[in-house]
Write a protein that binds this ligand. Structure first.
Ligand SMILES: Cc1cc2nc3c(=O)[nH]c(=O)nc-3n(C[C@H](O)[C@H](O)[C@H](O)COP(=O)(O)OP(=O)(O)OC[C@H]3O[C@@H](n4cnc5c(N)ncnc54)[C@H](O)[C@@H]3O)c2cc1C
Length: 424
């Protein structure tokens, strides 16, 4: 005989209810993607546009699939003018090692693309996604952090700091690296750190970037400049780039404390004059380098996305692009379950997600880790391997094309939101 529900909990009626926890870029894009899946979607978390929300000073280089996804979700037209196309990626060996690799320039036209991707300020990306969600009546909002989650065999219950309760079938945990959802679902994590800190900022410069992002490979870690769209607040100085400068923690702390003029002079030196004179520098933020992998990324009616599932060092612009692909797969799997009349938080849906994301997340994490370690390690064969790899890339166009295709994340089976967008 089935056990009757406890008196304070009515029998659960399945309505394909999904709760997205987290209002960072991944939570916002996941909620928008799910809105077309046939599930009833609720987005929970603080208002990302509230004036008290600290501004995210970072920018994100969005690659192929992520931009297509924003096109499918009808958000890209509002963002395009704020994003800078990346038509080239230049790698410069500045390790001063025995085996100096040749400079490599990857050009998007080599793979018949206009651009590899687009660089956009995180604040603009989040604002665009939040505005798009604000105009949708089919996404419900709980403007409060989740306090507790209780998964059960047939449903999952969420309790919020503002006293609201929610009951449904599936929770998507996009609540960042300290994820409450991960903990509540009993999902384990593997974490690691690097003896490095990334300093992120943006700066004005006198020479045009030409749409080319440049990565200097240095013994302390990469220093990367990424083109930005002209700043509307500085119309007379149109050339602007973002910077991710990886250093030892001590050196990063010193750079954080420098006055603007001295910082600009040091940056000019590191860039070897590549972008001409350095002008105004934006606010600087420091990020100790670390990695994290949730194992497995789905369990107990909970699917993790973005940094709740995987944290990568900010090298090679992979983290948020992976998060967008997580969201696209979640929408695809949920839609498939709804169509088949199956439980959207059931074991089969969760297993499909784990399977779909395994190789992509693992291979990107490995590539970033290997590149970083090949720079900071004192192990000579590793430097030789990196140098040889770069020399081969410089010499063979087919190898460059292969690397470019895989770097843009467009190969293999993809969910519909990552497929090339065709305007109707
Ligand atoms: C310097 C730097 C440069 C980078 N550049 C790139 C790049 O060029 N390309 C790229 O792809 N990636 C890049 N990344 C990585 C990228 O920034 C991250 O992957 C991305 O910001 C993660 O987004 P998220 O939504 O998963 O997490 P977050 O942005 O951390 O969002 C988590 C959200 O969850 C909310 N939250 C937390 N707890 C709760 C709770 N209990 N209840 C409800 N809500 C909660 C928070 O308020 C927050 O809004 C970079 C990272 C760094 C450090």
């Amino acid at each position: 005989m089935p056990t009757p529900p406890p008196p304070n909990r009515p029998a659960f009626v399945r309505h394909n209810r999904a709760l997205v926890v987290g209002t960072g870029p991944v939570g916002l894009v996941a909620a928008l993607a799910l809105a077309g899946s046939g599930a009833e979607v609720t987005l929970a978390g603080p208002d990302p546009l509230a004036p008290e929300t600290p501004p995210d000073q970072r920018t994100t280089a969005l690659f192929g699939g992520s931009v297509e996804m924003l096109r499918h979700l009808a958000v890209w037209p509002q963002l395009a003018a704020q994003a800078a196309p990346l038509s080239g990626l230049r790698l410069i060996d500045d390790t001063g090692g025995l085996f100096r690799a040749p400079e490599i320039l990857f050009e998007a036209r080599e793979i018949d693309a206009e651009a590899f991707g687009y660089n956009i300020a995180n604040a603009n990306l989040v604002a665009g996604l939040a505005r798009a969600l604000g105009s949708r009546s089919d996404v419900l909002r709980i403007p409060s952090p989740v306090r507790a989650l209780t998964p059960a065999a047939d449903s999952i219950v969420a309790q919020f700091e503002n006293g609201t309760d929610w009951i449904g079938d599936l929770v998507i945990g996009a609540d960042g690296r300290k994820s409450v959802c991960r903990q509540a679902a009993g999902i384990g994590q593997r974490g690691w750190s690097y003896p490095q800190t990334a300093l992120a900022t943006r700066f004005i410069h006198s020479r045009a970037h030409g749409g080319v992002s440049t990565e200097f490979h240095r013994r302390s870690g990469p220093l990367t400049t990424v083109p930005m769209a002209p700043s509307p607040s500085s119309p007379g100085t149109p050339h602007q780039s973002s910077l991710v400068w990886v250093e030892t923690p001590g050196e990063a702390a010193r750079l954080m404390c420098l006055d603007e003029g001295t910082f600009a002079a040091e940056l000019h030196l590191r860039l070897q004059g590549l972008l001409g004179e350095i002008g105004a520098i934006g606010p600087r933020a420091a990020f100790p380098l670390s990695g994290l992998a949730a194992e497995p990324p789905a369990r107990a009616r909970t699917i993790l996305a973005g940094e709740a599932a995987h944290v990568l060092p900010p090298i090679g612009a992979q983290g948020l692009n992976l998060g967008f692909r997580d969201a696209a797969w979640i929408a695809e799997i949920v839609e498939r379950q709804v169509r088949a009349g199956k439980d959207i938080g059931g074991e089969d849906a969760l297993a499909d997600y784990v399977q779909a994301r395994r190789l992509d997340v693992w291979s990107r994490g490995l590539a970033v880790d290997l590149l970083n370690r090949s720079l900071i390690s004192g192990f000579l064969p590793l430097h030789l391997a990196r140098g040889t790899g770069m020399a081969a890339l410089a010499a063979f166009p087919w190898l460059r094309r292969l690397a470019m295709d895989s770097g843009m994340g467009v190969s293999g089976t993809q969910p519909s939101l990552l497929q090339p967008y065709q305007a109707v």
